[in-house]
Design a protein. Structure first.
Lengths: 707, 179
């Protein structure tokens, strides 16, 4: 990954310096007209609706189902596992925020092989694959490899690095078969989760150990995902103790490079465990941990003070680490419970351009109680201490000081007050944080939920949220080579110790309805007012005599010089035309408008922000259950153009066919990015846009339940 | 395009076939039949004079053929069980059990008030049905269909639930007549 060109502002800035390489659009990345494809899909749906009156199941067929059910006792009837014809979005229904749940079924049937690919399924989330092991991810804008305005949690553990306030997506992995669900909240999650949940929260929740008894082995391979394997073994006793252990690994080949430099191959191995103990009726204890090691191919460009002034290096990033977490939940009495969680995380991240080792210690406490008038009250405290150490690998990139400990202390309160005989719920809350960069930050939020009928609800909210500074904003020293005439000139981006938190005031509203028992609709609108966004200001050039040869420096100081607004909406209709076919669709619209604040001379961050997020995104997921235990699933997506990345709009599709041969064995074949041989999604790497290849893989999964 | 053709050839003709797992309404239909067997009606009620045992669906019918298939050829107390569709509470005179579909949630309170005066067992899957005075409410726990009972409402209507039914219910409410 590149610290410089990774940031959208930098990409635009250096368009001048290496214009032809970054902004060209090679003819190889042609694409079909997206709306033609959508029209065909819609016609197919309508045609199949006409020639197959799908609702008219015949009476004899229905009797075949009811006969065996009638033989069951009442108790056994309550144990029959059913498929539901209607969506019962229980937790989503009562949340006054734009929340989307990606279920295990969505994950399994998407054929996705990594968490970033799974996140494409949520509306409002922009996922763009840069190359084999880098993704740019954002919610409602600001998609970037070094995305800083998202909070990402795995089982409550925050996986962001304070180095650049973002996520190293390559190392966030877990066997996807054991992910229970992923909750994506678009919009500020300020109150409970805290700073940096500015544009959203992604919470990955793995299955409780009591749901993963037995063994599971899965092996697969294909042209790009060349070899993948994972295993899991779980068990438990009848004292309420359950555990599982797992291992996973893969080797992935490079994506498509027009200059033939296939740098982005990638391999990793990871082990982990989870145990859940239901100790008595009141207490639950959970322990979990993971350990991983990866080698990810990278290409990096950095400057040198002496000729050749700039080098491009294809090297490997050595990544390793582990984490350990414990959590204790106790029910005090009806309507009152608390939770204490502590975790330790170690990350070793060594790239050709820089290296970092970091330890994180975190403790969180949360108490939930019911107050008079049925108020649902939550409050909590948290502390996170994270000593990090930067290792300088090249003379022109550094973070000063090398060693710094980030400390964040936080507290929050939230009260949910039912009004008008529980038709309305008003939620007010705030998070208070103290960090070592900007001191004290307050993030209040007010939300209102109106359950107009049991099938329709409206919600609205106003929140204030901040993205606190990272070491990238405050401590970085990075030089970029500009030109050699008349003497070597470098641009030097420096961190600013006075960098302020980026701020957001968000106004959101939404509407959910079960239109019929087979059609569900979720609509969310937002208007976000940003201030103090990251920019860099050009200073007066000066001559620097050492190291020789004498060279000129144009200083760029990171600053809070941009402000602006984003607005848009996401609509996600869900339709179940028959018991065998489900359609999940979404459309996301985003408009961004930014400007330099008075006094800011940053020439490129505004077009960088505005041109790195798509205005339109369309997603369609179709799940078809065929007889003889066959599943046929398709995903279609369309993303509009990113002008600052030199990427044109594209539409592509994935397809999956799976066959449950026996109760224990499942075969599946998945094709991804099928509509073109390759297409680019995001820029940023030296060497031009990387084409994401059309790929196919096959997988066998063997499961055996415990006795 | 290959993906589209594959979808047309494989997906379309197969969409008619019967599902292999029961739906929640298949199970709810069997529950309704069982409620008929495990509930005692007053001997001198209006419905007792009929020679058929009617299980009625009020409003939009979510069962499809599942309810008719379940009740076909069955008898309770020597009376043949039939499924009826009605659209207002006034038509429930012959009904022993009335199931209210979730499409009727807007009228839920009015319907409960009208029916609870008769010896009719009211059942629904509308959320908070039993809290509002409905007698039996279906709930989905994970992917399993269970039910809650509002015992006060049942007793007010002069009905008696067998202890077998009460044992299996996930919640039995007493002294709760709505919010």
């Amino acid at each position: 990954m590149n610290l410089g060109p990774g940031h959208p502002g930098f990409a635009e800035f250096f368009a001048g310096a290496s214009a032809r390489k970054r902004n060209r659009r090679p003819c190889a990345f042609a694409h079909p007209a997206p709306f033609r494809y959508i029209t065909v899909v819609i016609l197919l749906i309508l045609i199949s609706g006409l020639i197959n009156p799908i609702w008219a199941e015949s009476l004899p067929d229905a009797q075949k189902t009811s006969e065996p059910l009638k033989q069951l006792s009442l108790a056994d009837l309550g144990n029959v596992v059913v498929t539901t014809t209607s969506k019962e979005p229980e937790e989503v229904w009562k949340t006054p925020a734009a929340v989307f749940v990606i279920t295990q079924e969505d994950i399994r049937r998407s054929g996705a092989t990594s968490i970033p690919e799974v996140l494409r399924l949520a509306p409002g989330v922009e996922v763009a694959r840069v190359d084999s092991d880098h993704w740019s991810i954002g919610i409602r804008g600001f998609g970037a490899v070094l995305a800083s305005k998202l909070l990402v949690l795995i089982d409550g553990r925050s996986v962001y690095t304070p180095l650049f306030a973002g996520v190293y997506w390559q190392v966030q992995d877990t066997p996807l078969e054991d992910v229970e669900r992923i909750e994506v909240i678009r919009g500020p999650g300020g109150t409970i989760w805290g700073a940096n949940a500015v544009d959203g929260v992604i919470s990955i929740i793995t299955k409780n150990a009591k749901d993963t008894h037995g063994s599971m082995v899965s092996v697969g391979g294909g042209n790009v995902d060349q070899g993948t394997g994972d295993f899991r073994y779980g068990g438990g006793n009848d004292q309420g103790f359950n555990y599982r252990v797992y291992g996973m690994g893969f080797t992935r080949g490079p994506q498509s490079h027009s200059d033939g430099v296939n740098f982005d191959d990638w391999r990793m191995g990871q082990f982990g465990f989870r145990s859940d103990w239901d100790k008595g009726p009141r207490d639950t204890l959970t322990f979990q941990g993971d350990i991983y090691r990866e080698v990810a191919g990278e290409t990096t460009q950095y400057a040198l003070y002496s000729p050749p002034s700039q080098v491009t290096v294809d090297g490997n990033a050595e990544l390793s680490g582990g984490n350990l977490m414990g959590r204790w939940k106790r029910v005090l009495n009806e309507g009152s419970d608390f939770q204490i969680q502590a975790y330790f995380d170690r990350t070793n991240h060594f790239e050709p351009e820089f290296g970092e080792t970091r330890d994180t210690f975190d403790v969180d406490f949360l108490h939930h109680l019911t107050l008079p008038w049925r108020q649902n009250f939550l409050w909590g405290l948290g502390a996170r201490v994270s000593p990090g150490n930067v290792v300088q690998m090249v003379p022109t990139t550094d973070f000063l000081p090398h060693h710094l400990t980030d400390q964040v202390y936080s507290g929050f309160v939230q009260d949910e007050i039912p009004l008008f005989s529980r038709q309305l719920a008003l939620t007010v809350g705030s998070k208070f944080e103290h960090n070592n960069y900007t001191g004290f930050e307050v993030q209040p939020s007010v939300r209102l939920l109106w359950n107009r009928t049991p099938r329709q609800s409206f919600w609205g909210s106003v929140s204030h949220s901040v993205r606190t500074p990272s070491r990238l904003d405050e401590d970085i020293q990075i030089n970029f080579f500009a030109t050699t005439t008349p003497l070597p000139i470098y641009l030097r981006a420096s961190g600013n110790r006075q960098f302020q938190s980026e701020e957001l005031l968000a106004y959101e509203t939404g509407f959910r309805t079960l239109v019929t028992s087979h059609v569900y609709l979720d609509l969310a609108l937002f208007y976000n007012d940003y201030n103090d966004l990251y920019s860099f200001e050009e200073g007066a050039p000066f001559l620097e005599p050492t190291p020789l040869p004498v060279h000129a420096i144009i200083p760029l100081l990171t600053s809070n010089g941009i402000r602006g607004t984003t607005k848009g909406f996401e609509v996600a209709p869900d339709w179940k035309p028959s018991s065998r076919w489900e359609l999940k669709t979404s459309y996301s619209y985003l408009e961004m408008q930014f400007e330099n604040k008075p006094g800011s001379n940053d020439p490129s961050s505004v077009p960088g922000y505005e041109g790195s997020s798509p205005r339109h995104q369309v997603g369609i997921q179709s799940f078809v259950n065929l007889p003889k235990k066959l599943e046929f699933d398709q995903t279609y997506r369309y993303v509009s153009a990113l002008s600052a990345q030199g990427v044109s709009s594209y539409s592509t599709a994935d397809a999956r066919v799976a066959w449950r041969a026996t109760k224990e064995v499942e075969f599946s074949v998945v094709g991804e990015n099928l509509l073109q041989p390759q297409h680019a999604e995001f820029g940023g790497e030296p060497g031009g846009l990387v084409g994401i290849k059309r790929s196919v893989y096959a997988k066998i999964t063997w499961r055996r339940a415990a006795n | 395009m290959a993906v589209v053709m594959a979808w047309v050839l494989v997906g379309v003709p197969c969409l008619r076939a019967q599902s292999s797992k029961p739906t929640d309404y298949d199970v709810k239909a069997v529950y309704l039949f069982n409620f008929g067997r495990f509930v005692e009606w007053p001997a001198n009620g209006t419905a007792a004079k009929n020679d058929s045992f009617a299980i009625c669906v009020l409003g939009q019918d979510p069962f499809g053929p599942a309810l008719d298939a379940t009740l076909a050829g069955e008898t309770i107390d020597g009376k043949s069980v039939v499924a009826k569709r009605i659209s207002t509470p006034e038509e429930s005179g012959d009904c022993r059990i009335v199931f209210m579909s979730s499409a009727e949630d807007a009228r839920m309170n009015k319907i409960i008030a009208a029916l609870n005066k008769e010896a009719v067992l009211t059942v629904s899957d509308i959320p908070q049905f039993s809290q509002h005075g409905g007698m039996i409410q279906f709930v989905l726990e994970g992917k399993k269909v269970r039910f809650e009972v509002n015992l006060t409402a049942v007793q007010h209507a002069g009905l008696t639930l067998s202890s077998e039914l009460l044992k299996v219910a996930t919640t039995v409410r007493r002294n709760s007549s709505g919010d």
